[in-house]
Ligand binder design. Structure first.
Ligand code: AMP
Length: 478
């Protein structure tokens, strides 16, 4: 999982890209990078670390130009190496291509093998480099980015929201099933495309719309236009964006994430009403869920856990003992709000179960009389192949265990998950438009050894359309 952004703004882009990446920091903390273009030069600065650690005013001033893209990367096992930090650059006969990607391809190995056989040399272990190579290779013959992306999309299987900078033009495209989010906003003197609408808000911009699944958007100094490259018989939006990944203040494909989580909280009470003294969120992701639960049940919303917001990444601690201490610093109990109380503890999801087990133990140690764990997702029973860093079946606590066995392993007084139908209803777009792979083991793309709920994708000869007039007219009126 990663965050991506592309900006064209006559006033310069490095600082707006920086602020947008800051707003998307929750989508990836392992590394950050920005590429911009001016004159005939592609400028890139990227490194491992948080956005605020990677950039300073000097590095941002060096990133010249009025067009650029940015990326924040989520740590995935085995690949935390400097060469995998995005954006990736490709230079060929006066063309400068820089590319950043959110998602995960499922045919990486076969594409890589094919391109290696043709003499291509890869410098990283990412699927993003393959996307860049396919586009760069296609540009050699056609010189048209639209043709290159059209060719590329036909080759890719999996999830991809991509931003690319080709000299002075920003391109953005989304896979035909719209698995990962991507939206468009209007800003002061140009446009932004970003993984989540919070990046548009951060620049005081105006949300225009989501990039359509299968659409290619082109932005340069003359404005924005788009072309539909692929259509499908359904979408497959990642359900985990709504459950955990996206920021609650983002609007994804027309739905405010906070509202989804609040509705789930309400449904958690309806599905299993019990008497309790406090509805306590697991911070921060459980807050909207607990708000909905408290609203529906009348059980007061009381915080029993406090998170230290200034805690850095725990993986940099060198020893196990230091890492364990870091966890204690990260989360602490508010004893007075828990002692002798019947606590409804509301969280977004249980993955391995280690977090819930530790939190339940802390709350019990703080003197709670009962701990009723309510979870905003159904049991996670299968891995994600499409971009969420989800462990294997063997590591998933709910895989092969019933709810009672999970409850026992976590040590809660009671445990209930939201039923899938309720979750789908809370999101509102219908199960046929969601990827529920981690909850059902049935995936929207073919994955060897897994069940697939076949989606039909057509590649169409779309004509280019311009949305510019609509946005500008709206802006002038307001
Ligand atoms: P655990 O059950 O210990 O694996 O942790 C689950 C908690 O981690 C959830 O309540 C989420 O807040 C958070 N979480 C869920 N999925 C992920 C993920 N893919 N990466 C990082 N944190 C996650």
């Amino acid at each position: 999982m990663c965050g991506i952004v592309g900006i064209v703004d006559a006033g310069g882009v490095s600082f707006p890209l920086y602020y947008a990446l800051y707003a998307l920091q929750h989508r990836g903390q392992e590394s950050a990078g920005i590429s911009t273009f001016e004159g005939a030069t592609l400028y890139t600065h990227k490194a491992q670390g948080l956005v605020a650690e990677v950039f300073n005013s000097h590095t941002l001033q060096e990133l010249r130009g009025t067009v650029g893209i940015g990326h924040v990367r989520y740590p995935t096992t085995g690949s935390k190496v400097p060469e995998n930090v995005q954006p990736f650059n490709f230079r060929y006969q006066g063309l400068n291509l820089s590319i950043a990607h959110n998602g995960n391809l499922v045919n990486t190995a076969e594409l890589r093998e094919e391109y290696e056989r043709r003499g291509q040399i890869f410098c990283t272990t990412t699927d993003t480099e393959i996307i860049g190579n396919i586009i760069a290779d296609a540009l050699r013959t056609s010189k048209s980015m639209e043709d290159a992306v059209r060719f590329c999309m036909r080759r890719l299987r999996g999830s991809y929201s991509v931003v690319a900078l080709l000299n002075d033009t920003v391109y953005a495209f989304r896979d035909p099933l719209g698995i990962k989010p991507l939206c468009i906003g209007g800003i002061d003197q140009g446009y932004i495309v970003a993984s989540e609408s919070v990046a548009v808000d951060a620049l005081d911009g105006t949300f225009i719309r989501d990039v359509r699944p299968g659409e290619l958007v082109r932005i340069d100094e003359s404005g924005l236009s788009s072309i539909q490259i692929a259509t499908a018989n359904r979408t497959a939006r990642c359900i985990f964006e709504y459950i955990y990944f996206a920021r609650a203040d983002s609007v994804i494909d027309g739905t405010l994430v906070y509202d989804v989580r609040r509705r789930i909280g309400q449904k958690l009470y309806d599905a299993n009403p019990i008497e309790a003294d406090t509805a306590c969120p697991v911070p921060d992701s459980g807050i909207a869920y607990a708000a909905g639960y408290a609203e529906r049940s009348g059980v007061p919303f009381v915080e029993g856990l406090m998170k230290n917001r200034y805690m850095g990444r725990t993986f940099i601690m060198p020893t196990q003992q230091q890492r364990e201490r870091a966890v204690r610093i990260k989360l602490n109990t508010v004893r007075g709000n828990l002692k002798d109380k019947r606590v409804v503890l509301v969280d977004d999801s249980i993955v391995r179960g280690t977090t819930s087990r530790r939190i339940v133990t802390m709350i019990r140690d703080a003197g709670a009389a009962e701990i009723h764990l309510r979870v905003g997702s159904p049991p996670i029973v299968a891995p994600c192949y499409l971009g969420v860093d989800m462990p294997t079946r063997a590591e998933l606590v709910a895989s092969g265990r019933d709810t009672e066995a999970v409850r026992e392993s976590i040590g809660a007084t009671s445990l209930t998950y939201i039923p899938l139908e309720d979750l789908v209803e809370a999101i509102g777009c219908g199960e046929q438009n969601l990827c529920t792979g981690c909850l059902t083991g049935c995936y929207p793309v073919d994955i060897p050894g897994e069940k697939s709920c076949h989606c039909v994708v057509d590649y169409v000869a779309g004509t280019r359309q311009s949305d510019l007039s609509t946005f500008r007219a709206g802006k002038e009126q307001s």
